[in-house]
Design a protein around this ligand. Structure first.
Ligand SMILES: Cc1cc2nc3c(=O)[nH]c(=O)nc-3n(C[C@H](O)[C@H](O)[C@H](O)COP(=O)(O)OP(=O)(O)OC[C@H]3O[C@@H](n4cnc5c(N)ncnc54)[C@H](O)[C@@H]3O)c2cc1C
Length: 417
C-alpha cells in the first residue's frame, strides 16, 4: 500500500520531511505534522512490509490470538493516503548524504529531504560473539520484534509443546505468560536471580517470579546459557553451564540493540543511541531522531537518556513534529511504561536508580499494591500494580519530598499525598 501525494499540498515541490522507519514514532510524527498544518510532502521509508503498528500486543494479545493487527495500528491504513503521507513499505534507507540532504534507498533510488527524522528503532539482540552463545541461528530459535516474528512464534505455540525462553526481561516474561495461556510448557532461563532484575529491582522481580511459578512456568534463575544445539533425532537442546534443556522451540529474549548504524555512518554523534537535544535535533540540525533510537536530553531530569517504550515513541514522534513546525516544546516528560502478564497489569512512571530506597504501599500477596522509589527523601519513581486510574497522580508525586511512612500508610488517602 502506498499513500499517493495528491498534489494538494501548498508547497508540493519542496523536499519536505522524510521519516526513516515505519514504526510507532514515525507514524505519530507524520500524523502530528499534518495535524499541525504542515503542507509539504511527508514520506515514510519503512523496511517492514506492514502499515505502522504498535508492538506491545506482539507479546500479549496478538500472540494469544485475542487481537488482529488491524486492531493495533495507531492510524488506519487509509489515513496515510487521505493525509498525503507517502508510505513506502518494504524499502530500506541505506545511506544519508548530509551535505546534499539526500537519503539513498535499497531500490537504488534516492529521496531529497528538507528535514530528516530517524526513527529506526531497535532490533533483537542475537547470540554469537556479543553474547558468547552458539546456535542462536538454528531453525526453531525465535526472536520477537516484528509482526512477522510474532506470527511465526504464535503458529508454534501449540498445547503441550516445550518452549525454552532465554532471558527474563519484559518480552521473555510476557511471552512466558502468553505461551502458558496456550497450554505450552515453558522454561525460562536467566543468569539473574529474579526476572526484570535490571529494570525493576529484586522486590518487584521476586513478585513476578512467584506469579510465573504459580502459573506453571518453570523458572531457572542463576542459570547461564552457553548455546543451543539441534539434533535431527532429539531436536533442540539449550545448553546451560550445568545441563541441557530439551525444547521444541526456543525464544531468544536477551534484549534489543538500537539500529544506530545508518546515523553513525552519516557522521551523526552517537551515544547509546543517536544523540539529540531537548527538541530532538541531532548533531546535524536538519536531522532529528525519535523513539527507541534517540538518546535525548530530558529537561526535567537534566540528563540524556534513551527509552525503549511505547509512550516515549508516541510523545517523541509528536515532539519532532512540533520542532519541525517551529513550536517551542521540549522533551520534559517522565518515562512511563506498562506490562500485562497473567492477572498482573502494571504501570510505572519516573526514573528509578538501582540503589534507590524502595517503599511498598499495600500487600504484595494481595496482588494490588504500589511501589515508590526514593532518593535522598525525594520520590524518583512509582508503580501501580493492579490498581487503576492512579498513574497520573503518581506522576505528580515524582520529584516531591514525602516521608516514606506516609507513602507506605494505606490509611493515608493516596490522593492527599
Ligand atoms: C514484543 C514487544 C513488546 C513490547 N511491549 C511493550 C509494552 O508492553 N510497553 C511498552 O511501553 N513498550 C513495549 N514495547 C516497546 C515499544 O514497542 C517500542 O518502544 C516502540 O515500538 C518504539 O517505537 P519506534 O518507532 O521508536 O521503533 P520501532 O517500533 O522499532 O520501529 C522502527 C522501524 O524502523 C524500521 N527500520 C529500521 N531501520 C530502517 C531503515 N534503514 N530503513 C527503513 N526502515 C528501517 C524497523 O524495521 C522498524 O519497523 C514492546 C516492544 C516489543 C518488540
Amino acid at each position: 500500500m502506498s499513500g499517493v501525494d495528491d498534489g494538494n499540498s501548498p508547497d508540493h515541490n519542496s523536499a519536505g520531511t522524510v521519516v526513516i522507519g515505519g514504526g510507532l514514532a514515525a507514524a505519530h510524527c507524520a500524523h502530528e505534522l499534518r495535524k499541525g498544518g504542515y503542507g509539504k510532502p511527508i514520506t515514510i521509508i519503512a523496511d517492514e512490509d506492514a502499515v505502522p503498528y504498535e508492538r506491545p500486543p506482539l507479546s500479549k494479545e496478538f500472540l494469544q490470538g485475542n487481537k488482529t493487527a488491524d486492531e493495533f495500528r495507531p492510524f488506519p491504513e487509509e489515513w496515510y493516503a487521505e493525509a498525503s503521507v507517502q508510505l513506502r513499505l518494504g524499502l530500506t534507507a541505506t545511506a544519508i548524504d548530509t551535505a546534499n540532504k539526500v537519503v539513498g534507498l535499497s531500490d537504488s533510488t534516492s529521496i531529497d529531504y528538507e528535514n530528516l527524522v530517524i526513527a529506526t528503532g531497535c532490533r533483537s539482540r542475537l547470540g554469537g560473539r556479543a553474547s558468547n552463545m552458539t546456535g542462536w541461528d538454528l531453525p526453531g530459535v525465535h526472536t520477537l520484534r516484528s509482526l512477522a516474528d510474532s506470527q511465526a512464534l504464535k503458529e508454534q505455540l501449540v498445547e503441550g509443546r516445550r518452549l525454552v525462553i532465554i532471558g527474563a526481561g519484559w518480552i521473555g516474561m510476557e511471552v512466558a505468560a502468553s505461551a502458558r495461556a496456550a497450554g505450552v510448557q515453558v522454561t525460562v532461563l536467566t543468569p539473574d536471580e529474579v526476572p526484570l532484575a535490571v529494570a525493576m529491582g529484586t522486590e518487584f522481580g521476586s513478585h513476578v517470579a512467584r506469579l510465573h511459578i504459580k502459573n506453571g512456568v518453570h523458572c531457572r534463575f542463576g542459570t547461564m546459557v552457553n548455546g543451543i544445539t539441534l539434533d535431527p533425532e532429539s531436536g533442540l537442546k539449550v545448553m546451560t553451564s550445568t545441563d541441557a534443556v530439551a525444547a521444541d522451540l526456543v525464544l531468544l529474549a536477551i534484549g534489543a540493540v538500537p539500529n544506530n548504524e545508518l546515523a553513525a555512518e552519516a557522521g551523526l554523534e552517537i551515544g547509546t543511541g543517536v544523540l539529540v537535544d531537548a527538541q530532538l535535533h541531532s548533531s546535524d540540525p536538519s536531522i532529528l531522531a525519535i523513539g527507541d533510537i534517540a538518546e535525548a536530553f530530558n529537561t526535567t531530569l537534566g540528563r540524556s537518556l534513551r527509552v525503549e517504550h511505547w509512550d516515549n515513541a508516541i510523545r517523541q514522534g509528536k515532539l519532532a513534529a512540533a520542532t519541525i513546525l517551529g513550536r517551542e516544546e521540549a522533551y520534559d516528560w517522565l518515562p512511563y511504561f506498562f506490562t500485562d502478564q497473567f492477572d498482573l497489569g502494571m504501570e510505572y512512571v519516573g526514573d528509578r536508580a538501582a540503589d534507590d530506597d524502595v517503599v511498598l504501599r499495600g500487600e504484595m500477596d494481595s496482588g494490588e499494591f504500589i511501589i515508590f522509589w526514593l532518593r535522598k527523601g525525594l520520590v524518583t519513581a512509582a508503580m501501580n500494580v493492579n490498581i487503576w486510574d492512579v498513574n497520573d497522580h503518581l506522576r505528580s508525586l515524582v520529584g516531591k519530598s514525602i516521608a516514606a511512612h506516609r507513602l507506605a500508610d494505606t490509611s493515608v488517602d493516596l490522593l492527599s499525598l
